[in-house]
Design a protein around this ligand. Structure first.
Ligand code: UD1
Ligand code: UDP
Length: 369
């Protein structure tokens, strides 16, 4: 019997992390894998889907410029309800903690469709940090039938919350599957960089940093660039207007800071490989960089990804201007401090997460026969 699995993706990181799962499902002869793009992101989602050769079967085209979280959620719920009622999937899968994922879990719950949560169990324990992702993943986790936890720590979080052990599988993070699939391919980086300068790669987009914290981050980057003429800062700017407008205004005129549009996934991996140091508030980058041996200073007060921090290869620096400058300067000046953080370790997976996730579904479908 053929079973229908609907994979839902909304934003860039979801597409990157779902791509290996979609590929693995497409290779199963008894599974009809359907892909639904909510397109909570438009340009950034399309880039990734195209890179992995994935054409969505359905597209909700939800993105509107700078829409509120309430509007986004309301529109997602209504549209997802319609699609789920007409598609009638046996299982729905979604990854992470965006508003797309929380809405997908809730829409499935109302229709009693079993929902599998990929990258389950990440927690900071603070509902406002990151905002709104901590709440999104707690809600998705409450409603999920299957919890695909990337690490022992995320599995323990779920067990502490009372999730039945039989419903949790430790899989590793599919971000490493995607990274290994991509690192094996040619990676063009079409940006002219000065080979004599050390590259500092930056990304930033977290909502809890909007406003003053993000201005502090920009001031720290400007100051680092001015104090260190031997570095070049490459900052692919997230298109969220709360980020983009401020970044271009504060950093657009510093000679050794290159601002650019978001890079396609493969060139971004190339930029990470080429970098000396990464400064970022991205979840995905915190997972990828350690596997590439690149130190990351995380522009956040806390993280739901403590594994790399515990290993000493990722450090939290928050959004305080002086702390960012001090910690980055230390890594630029002190080779020993740098070397202790630049170790190639991969606490987030071994590249086989997608196979494990599909294995759980295969077993479930066999038991239903
Ligand atoms: C979203 C997720 C966040 C995730 C991040 C990954 C929510 C609430 N936030 O944040 O968890 O870490 O994606 O990048 O789910 N925009 C474009 N083009 C794009 C994408 C976004 O112009 O391709 C602009 C639009 O004006 C859009 C705005 O950015 O309205 C915000 O997008 P949204 O998805 O709501 O939030 P992000 O900050 O991107
Ligand atoms: N990324 C990309 N281009 C960029 C910046 C990031 O392809 O210009 C990739 C990166 O490799 C990682 C993912 O996007 O896999 C992270 O996405 P983002 O930081 O937007 O979201 P988060 O992971 O914080 O949810």
């Amino acid at each position: 019997m053929i079973r229908k699995v609907l994979c839902i993706v909304g934003t860039r990181p979801e597409a990157i992390k779902m791509a290996p799962v979609i590929k693995a499902l497409q290779a199963e002869k008894n599974i009809d894998c359907r892909v639904l793009a909510t397109a909570q992101h438009r340009g950034m989602l399309d880039q990734v889907l195209e890179f992995f050769g994935i054409t969505p079967d359905l597209d909700l085209d939800i993105m509107r410029p700078n829409q509120s979280l309430t509007t986004l959620t309301a529109r997602l719920l209504l549209d997802l309800d319609g699609v789920l009622q007409s598609e009638k999937p046996d299982v729905v899968l979604a990854q992470g903690d965006t508003t797309t994922v929380m809405s997908a879990a809730l829409a499935c719950f109302y229709l009693r469709i079993p929902f599998g949560h990929i990258e389950a169990g990440l927690r900071t324990g603070d509902i406002y940090n990151p905002f709104p992702e901590e709440a999104n993943r707690v809600i998705a986790g409450k409603l999920a039938r299957w919890h695909f936890a990337p690490t022992q720590g995320s599995m323990d979080n779920l067990l502490r919350e009372g999730v039945a052990p039989a419903n949790i599988t430790m899989t590793g993070n599919t971000v490493i599957d995607a990274l290994l699939m991509t690192a094996a391919r040619t990676l063009p980086l079409d940006i002219e960089l000065d080979p004599s300068k050390r590259l500092v790669l930056v990304t930033s987009h977290r909502r809890e940093n909007f406003g003053e914290p993000f201005q502090n981050i920009c001031q720290a980057l400007k100051s680092l660039a001015e104090r260190n003429p031997d570095i070049q800062i490459l900052y692919p700017v997230h298109p969220n207007p709360n980020v983009k407008d401020v970044a271009y205004q504060l950093l657009g005129h510093t000679p050794n800071i290159i601002l650019c549009a978001p890079l396609d996934y493969a060139p971004f991996i190339a930029a990470m490989k080429r970098s000396y140091l990464i400064i970022s508030d991205s979840g995905g980058v915190q997972e990828e960089a350690p596997a590439l041996g690149k130190p990351v200073l995380v522009l956040r007060e806390e993280t739901e990804r403590p594994e790399a921090v515990d290993l000493g290869v990722v450090k939290l620096v928050g959004a305080n201007r002086d702390t960012i400058i001090e910690q980055a300067q230390r890594l630029l000046d002190d080779p020993l401090a740098y070397r202790s953080m630049a170790r190639g370790v991969s606490p987030y997976g071994d590249g086989k997460a997608a196979a494990r996730i599909v294995g759980v579904l295969r077993q479930h479908f066999q038991q239903c026969e």
